[in-house]
Structure formats: C-alpha cells, structure tokens
Design a protein around this ligand. Structure first.
Ligand code: PHE
Ligand code: ZN
Length: 879
C-alpha cells in the first residue's frame, strides 16, 4: 500500500533531470483487463546533470513484468521495481536502451488518469502525471522525447486506433482477429502530451490546407450514431486553425489532427499532440440537445485545445509551477478567438463575470495562490481559475502595458526562441521586455502575488481650474503564506463622460494617449486638464486589470454611465454596481430601498426603449441582476445566503414588475420564426427573450409559469426549452412545474448530456426540499457516481451553485456534500477534490454556518485514508 504522506514541492528547488530520453518506442497491446505495454527507452546522461546518481523512473500503480538493459535481462540485484517506480542503482554513464514491460487493467482504472476505458473505448489522460500509470518514465515536462507508438487491439472491439503524430503503417495481425496501427510523432514532447485511443468510433472529417499549402486531414471521432452532432466542433476546429494562422501566424505541423469525444473525462478536454481528447459535452451538439451556451463552450474549448499546439506543445513548460505559461496564455488566445467570432464587448463581460464568480472567490479564500504557485503538494489541484483565468488577464494586461505592436513582436520572439523547448514565465517575459524595451520586473509581481487588489478611486472637479483630479489607492489583502504585499502595477483605462453623454477629451502628461494610466504605487493621483463641465469618470474601462474597484460615484452618476459611456463594459458595470449596492444594503439591513430600485428600473426601461433591440445580447446582460455570489463577495464576511436570496428575489420582483409591459412586447418582437441557428446574434435574441421571461415570472409567478409552459411546449431548440424549464423550476411548487420536469426527464431518456441539465437545474432550486430532491435524483438510473459529468451536474451543481441550500443553516447541505466527497475519493480523487472546493467560502459565513462547515471539514480531515488530492484541499481549507 502506498503511503500518501503529503510532500511539498517547491519552485525554488527545481533541478534539471540527470537523464534524458530522446527517443521512446511503445508497443501497446490493448486488452480490457490485461493490456501489455512494452516500452523501449533510449536513455542518456544529461550533460548538465549530476554524474553517478541512480536512475529513478516514476511509476504509479504499475505491475512490472520484465526489465532489460541493452537487450539483456537486468540482474534483480541492480534495480528495484515496484508499483511506484523503477530505480536502476548504477546506470551506465553512456547512452543505453532500457526495455520495460508492464501490465495494466484499463477497465479497473476509475481515476480516469493513465489508460482507461470509457463506454468501452480505450483512451488515455496523461496530464499532469498520468503517463507514469502506463509505464515507468521520467514523468516531468522538461524531458522531451520523440515517440513511436504501436497500438494493437482486437479488430472488432477497437476498429479505430489513434496515436500522436502521423500514421505510418497499419494492418491485420496474424489471422486478423487483431490488428495494429503504428504512429510516429516527429515533434519532441513531454509525457503529458502522449495519448492513444482504441475503440469503435464514427468519424467526420474534412481537408484543411494550411497557409503554406500543406494538406491536413482534420477529423472528429464520436460514438457511432452521434456523427450528426459533431459538425459544429469540426467547423470550430477549422475556424480555429485559420484564425491562428491569420492572427498569430501559427501553422499546424502534422498531416492529421484528430479530436475524440469520450463520455468519462475528469476535465473539459486535453491537448495531446495531434490527438485531442474531449469530454463529449464539449463536442456533441444539436439544436434539440444543446443550448447556445453549449455551442459557445464547444467553440471556445475546441479552439483552446487547438491553440495549445503552439502554446503548450511546441513550447511547453519546464515544470508544473509554470502551468500558467501554457494555460493563461492559451485562455487569452481562445478568448480573443471567441471575441473575434462573436461580439467582443459581450464576450468581455462574460469573461469578467466568470472571473469574478470563480477566480475572485478563490483568491479571497483559503485556497488562494499566485498565478504561478511557488509550492504544491498535489498538482492536480492547481488547474484553477487563478492559473487559467487570472493567468489570461495577466497576458491581457501585458498587452495593454506594452501596446499592440510590441505585444505581437514579443509573441513572435517567444515562438521563435522557445520552440521545442520547456520554458518558464521568465523566458516568456524576457521576450516582451526585449520587444518593448521595458523593464517588466514590477509587472511580473502579478505572477507571484496572490489576492485580488482593491482599488479605491475618488474624484473631484475643480470648476475654477477646469481640472479633474482622480485619486487612486490600492491594497492587496493577505493570502495564505503571503501576509504582506507590494503594490501591483495596475493599468487603468479611463475617460471622462459629460452628463450630456459626450466624452470629454481629458489630457495629462501622465495619461497615455490611449487613455491608460499606469498605477505603480500604493496611492497616486492624476490631474486631468481642460475639463470645462462636471464629468463622470469612467475608470477601469474594458476591465483593464483584475481588481476590485470602489468608486465614490452616486447612483445617479452610475446610471449616467449606463446611459452614455462609450465603453460598453463600463455601461454594464455601472448598472451592476448600482444593483449590488442596493442588494448588499438590503441583505445586511433587511430592507430594500424601493425608491432607488425604481430609479434603477427606470434607467433599465429607458435603456431598453432606446436600444434593447439594437444589441440584444448586450441588453440581456444589462438586464440581468448580479448573482447572489456577487453580493456575497461584496459583503465579504458574516454572510447570510438566505438574506441575500430574499433581497435579490424582492428586487427581481420589483424590477420585473416595473418593466413587465415592455418585456412582454420585447418577447413578441424577438420571437424567431426562422429555424434555430447557433450564431451569436440569434443567441443574443434568445438570451434577451429568456431574460425577459425570467423577470416577468419574478414579478408574477402565476403568469410566469403559464408563459414558461407555453414556451417549453412550443420550443424547437434546447436553449428556449431549458430556459423555460428553468423559469418554471424557480416558481413556487405547483403540479404544473413538476409535470414539466417529468416531461423533460422522459423526453430525453437515453440522452445523458441532456439529463445533466435536468439534474443541474433541480440541484440549484433555491428552496427547502432541494437536498431531499438531490438525494432522490441520485437513485435515478441515469445518475452514476462514476461519471464526472453526472457528479458535476448533480452534486457539483448543488455544492457550487446553490448557495441557500448548500449553506443550509442546519448544516445538512455540508454533511451531504462531505459524504459524497468521501465516497468519491475512493474511486476518483480528482473529482472528489473539485467538489470539495465548494467549501471555499466557509470562513465568510455567519458564525452558525461557519461552525457547521468547520465541523464538517474536520470530519473529512480526520478520515484515515484520504487521497493526496482531498487531503491537500481539506488541509489548506482548514489551515
Ligand atoms: N490541459 C487541459 C487544458 O487546459 C486541461 C486538463 C488538465 C485536462 C489535466 C486533463 C487533465 O486544455
Ligand atoms: Zn489548456
């Protein structure tokens, strides 16, 4: 039995590998329970490494069968091989060949790391440390090898055999009951990018001609019968490949690019070289089964994984501390792609909403860590919103700071200089320092300091001098291991808006021509000249830095910005700020300022009348009240989720009531007569129409459920059907509501991805009885604890997206989730750890809930055999 003593790895202790493995040949004979892996490794001492040290290859849960060195069986005295590794005590000081055979049971692999089976399909997941569950190796990202992979399988069980790189040969083996495929990947890569797939799969494909005229076959493989749902993913892939050529000058570098959809996958998708493996929820889509959000996610994730081919694969990470080097940069790239494919301002708002919901919450709690962590116990727990989303914001700030041109030059330099290498954040930043001629040392703090900076902005107009003075003050709250912080370098894009809506051209020697002021100390002021009328300042336009801002603006000034700000992000933000203020006050004092709510609703009404139909996607965002977590973050401590919920429901009802006649008209005018299309403009009309329905139902639940039922019955697409069901599910309990839920269940029987929506919808119902409902749903035959999507839809949604019921004052929500986490931990620790992160906000709760949460966490921590994944999370949560 393996001991799971948590060992902390430190960035500062990085050391090069003492050995290199330039080439590897794998010969893998697939079998449901006894897969044979023969690995032939060409090993050599690293000239930069230490001499006379043992060779220690990583292993995890391996069964060694045979070991040979240069073709001779190794003397058992000279090596140790067990489940966790293979050590050769005195390896040759020259290049040598090591041949190792291991045997695996892919059917028994419930962790979904290494080689496993998903609905009969053999597949692999190696990032970050799954390759060591396939064979002994130097399983670290700075050891790059050229791979040749021979895959053999039963021809009937696995007619499709896919590997990294290009197909070299294939054919029958012996009498033809088995067959093989030989794949060669000419690009040196680390272990985590290795992949293979074997199974019965259907394929759609098309040719792609690259910018230099090379022919590539691009393909998507799915469960037979699902081909009709793979077209959008293939289309997104083609658009991604073209976009990366046009925008970043990056060309694809193999003869084939394969995407495979599997049903059991811990994450979204994986960028294995030439063979991306996807969670099928990010591949399969049809109008009847997928929402607009699903389509947008598919487009973004297909692009993300494809973009990794350059940012991640061709240039990889020296060690896992550098994870943001590939992830933050690749998220930035996929966000840019989606912005170009859709509406840039609308996408920006969506990015910021997601950042605040997940990353700001993470940064404010016990799991807070820098974009580049300096230590970890379990790397699986660092695939976080901070590494990904804040990592992308840091890249965006870098671009703002150095400007478009130097940013493009820096990227080109990075691609040229670090190609085929395992790089660091320092290597990356050096390219931009060189391209821009700037010192980026202060900027680099964004990688090292955790916590969301708070920025306070106050302003004063001097009528006599015709100047406007802005005072800025920043501070960064303490985070685990970082009690004190240095001020960050904050690029603040800003402008002045006159009350009549004109932009006042403000000037100052300290304001860049593009409207950016760079704050580089704890406090500073900026005096803008030639300001003839009292302006309303618009700061942090486009959300130019991932900070929390407090402004000294009145609600009337904020509503002026909603009306007139040329920056669409700040228009939306101003309305949100007003609403958050009202909700926070109401949740804390128990009374909603109805007069102020009316002014807010009037402003929304004026906005809708003036331009509701001009950009429906934007209007839908403006109309949506901030979420309960936004309010909880604003309150920050002694949070009572019920008070927040009550305040928000009350405000929704008031706003819905004030806007109802308009919203009804809007719904009529936005109704579509054309067949469903997933493009952003059509999706925007649906979003506004469904947002309107939601507000109408908030004001008048009886009318709401009738309208919802109507839309549900008549819908020709999942977006409208699910939105209607969602509205119904949030009305008070009625037989009609339950009938609709039952109808959905039977209508989509046999459609697991659709039933996930049904699970999640019910798991997030904000009412007493939801926990019991969730417990009931766990017995539904469509539910399974072994599938990460089902777990996420039911247990994950309850824990992470149902604030009032997860945080029930009696602690039953906590106890339920803890129970499921410990059950899951035995089979799939990674998924268990992710669900457990729902406790992240426990310290911000009011004392009663806080005590209950702490007791629950301690109960988990006290269990005897926790995985490293769960023990790391629970340890930091209590630490
Ligand atoms: N590297 C993957 C991505 O961001 C995510 C992933 C991590 C998938 C670990 C599986 C395991 O695209
Ligand atoms: Zn990624």
């Amino acid at each position: 039995m393996r001991t799971e003593t948590p060992q902390t790895l430190k960035l500062a202790e990085y050391r090069q590998s003492d050995f290199l493995i330039p080439r590897v040949a794998l010969d893998i004979a697939l079998d449901p329970h006894a897969t044979r892996v023969r690995a032939t490794l060409e090993i050599e001492p690293n000239p930069a490494g230490r001499v006379d040290v043992p060779l220690a290859l990583d292993g995890d849960d391996l069964v060694p069968v045979a070991v040979a060195l240069d073709g001779e069986p190794l003397d058992p005295q000279t090596f140790t091989a067990n489940a966790d590794g293979l050590v050769i005590h005195q390896p040759p000081r020259r290049p040598f060949t090591l041949t190792v055979e291991t045997r695996l049971d892919p059917t028994a692999n419930t962790k979904l790391m290494g080689l496993y089976r998903s609905r009969g399909v053999y597949c692999t997941q190696c990032e970050p440390e799954g390759f060591r569950r396939i064979t002994y190796f130097l399983d670290r990202p700075d050891v790059l090898s050229i791979y040749e992979t021979r895959i053999e399988a039963d021809a009937a069980e696995a007619p499709t055999l896919l590997g990294n790189g290009n197909l070299v040969a294939s054919g029958p083996v012996g009498d033809g009951t088995r067959h093989y495929a030989l794949w060669h990947d000419p690009h040196p890569k680390p272990t985590y990018l290795f992949a293979l797939v074997g199974g019965s799969l259907a394929k759609i494909s098309k040719p792609f001609t690259t910018m230099t005229g090379r022919e590539v076959e691009i393909a998507v493989h799915v469960e037979p019968g699902k081909e009709g749902r793979a077209g959008y993913a293939l289309d997104a892939l083609e658009r991604s490949m073209r976009w990366d050529e046009e925008v970043f000058g990056r060309e694809y570098d193999l003869d084939v690019f394969n995407i495979v959809a599997v049903s059991d996958f811990n994450m979204g998708a994986m960028e294995n070289k030439g063979l991306n493996i996807f969670n099928d929820k990010y591949v399969l889509a049809s109008p009847e089964t997928a929402t607009d959000t699903d389509y947008a996610n598919i487009e973004a994730i297909v692009a993300h994984e494809y973009f990794h081919n350059w940012t991640g694969n061709r240039i990889t990470c020296r060690d896992w501390f550098q994870l943001c080097l590939k992830e933050g940069l690749t998220v930035y790239r996929d966000q840019e792609f989606s912005s170009d494919m859709r509406s840039r301002p609308v996408h920006r708002i969506a990015e910021v909403r997601a950042l605040r919901l997940r990353q700001f919450a993470e940064d404010a709690g016990p799991l807070a860590h820098p974009v580049r962590p300096s230590e970890y116990r379990e790397i699986n727990n660092f695939y976080t919103a901070t590494v990904y989303e804040k990592g992308a914001e840091v890249i965006r700030m870098l671009r703002t700071l150095v400007g478009e041109e130097a940013f493009a030059a820096g990227m080109d330099l990075f691609f040229a200089r670090c190609d085929n290498a395992a790089a660091t954040v320092e290597d990356f930043l050096a390219c931009f320092a060189e391209a821009s001629g700037r010192d980026l040392e202060h900027f680099a703090l964004w990688y090292a300091q955790a916590g969301t900076p708070r920025l306070a902005v106050t302003g004063r107009w001097d009528e006599a001098a015709k100047t406007y003075r802005l005072d800025f003050a920043q501070s960064i709250p303490p985070t685990p291991g970082q009690p004190t912080k240095r001020p960050a370098l904050v690029p603040i894009r800003l402008g002045l808006v006159a009350e009549d809506g004109r932009e006042i051209p403000a000037t100052s020697p300290r304001l860049r021509e593009d409207g950016v002021f760079v704050l580089d100390r704890a406090s500073d002021s900026l005096v803008l000249e030639n300001v003839p009328v009292r302006p309303v300042p618009s700061v942090l336009r486009g959300f130019s830095a991932p900070v929390r801002v407090s402004r000294d603006l009145s609600e009337a000034d904020l509503l002026t910005l909603l009306r007139h700000d040329p920056d669409p992000f700040n228009r939306w933000q101003s309305a949100q700020t007003v609403a958050i203020r009202l909700l926070t006050r109401a949740a804390v004092d128990g009374t909603l300022a109805e007069e102020a709510v009316r002014a807010y609703a009037d402003a929304l009404a004026a906005f809708l009348d003036a331009e509701g139909e001009a950009d429906p996607a934007f209007a839908a965002l403006v109309l949506a009240l901030p979420g309960e977590p936004d309010v909880a973050q604003d309150i920050g401590s002694d949070v009572d989720p019920d008070a927040i919920h009550t305040a928000r429901e009350r405000m929704r009802a008031l706003v819905g009531g004030a806007l109802a006649p308009r919203l009804a008209v809007l719904r009529e005018r936005l109704a579509s007569r054309a067949p469903y299309a997933p493009d952003a403009a059509s999706a925007g009309r649906r979003a506004l129409r469904n947002g309107a329905l939601d507000l109408i139902a908030a004001a008048d639940p009886a009318a709401g459920i009738v309208a919802a039922a109507d839309q549900y019955d008549g819908a020709d697409n999942m977006t409208d059907r699910l939105a209607a069901l969602g509205v119904a599910a949030h009305t008070p309990p009625t037989p009609r509501r339950e009938e609709m839920l039952a109808d959905f269940r039977s209508r989509f029987d046999g459609e697991p991805l659709v039933l996930d929506k049904w699970f999640a919808l019910q798991a997030t119902m904000p009412e007493a009885g939801t926990l019991e409902r969730v417990e009931r749903l766990m017995a539904d035959p469509a539910f399974s604890l072994s599938n990460p999507n089902r777990v996420g839809a039911l247990i994950g949604a309850f824990a992470l997206s149902n604030p009032t019921q997860f945080h029930r004052p009696d602690g039953a929500g906590y106890a339920f989730v803890a129970d499921k986490v410990t059950a899951l931990d035995a089979t799939n620790p990674q998924t268990a750890a992710r669900v457990l992160t729902a406790f992240n906000t426990w310290r911000t709760m009011e004392p009663g809930r806080r005590a209950k949460a702490e007791t629950t966490l301690r109960t988990i921590a006290d269990r005897p055999s926790l995985s490293r994944d769960v023990s790391d999370i629970v340890g930091r949560m209590l630490g």
